[in-house]
Write a protein that binds this ligand. Structure first.
Ligand code: CU
Length: 119
């Protein structure tokens, strides 16, 4: 009798502790919950494909040089304006499902990214 009770307690424990169903893939750019912020640096030679969930925020931190960060197409649009200050931060919370592309205007050939947002 005691063994069967222990068995059921163990069963319930494992049924309740399943952490694999949070809906997120293992992509290194992904956050683990809806309040997560994904931190990216923003300087020459930085290109990103970032897969996130609705409600997550991406923060880009300027790391040398004069840059902007502006969308070129997709479901969301934003524009950081220009800054040449190292440590300047621009962040955007994504609220729409779909993809958005962005660049640094003067360095569009090597500073660009895509954000893919899913539910
Ligand atoms: Cu730039």
């Amino acid at each position: 009798m005691k063994k069967s009770i222990l068995f059921f307690i163990t069963l319930i424990f494992f049924a309740c502790s399943d952490s694999s169903d949070d809906g997120y893939t293992s992509d290194a750019n992904n956050g683990n919950n809806n309040s997560d912020t994904i931190n990216l640096s923003w300087t020459r030679g930085t290109n990103y494909v970032t897969n996130i969930k609705v409600g997550q925020t991406i923060t880009w931190t300027w790391d040398g040089g004069n840059h902007n960060l502006v969308t070129t197409g997709g479901v969301e649009s934003f524009d950081s304006g220009f800054s040449s200050q190292t440590g300047f931060i621009f962040s955007h919370t994504f609220t729409l499902v779909g993809s958005t592309n962005y660049i640094c205007t003067p360095h569009a050939s090597d500073m660009y990214g895509q954000v893919n947002v899913t539910n």
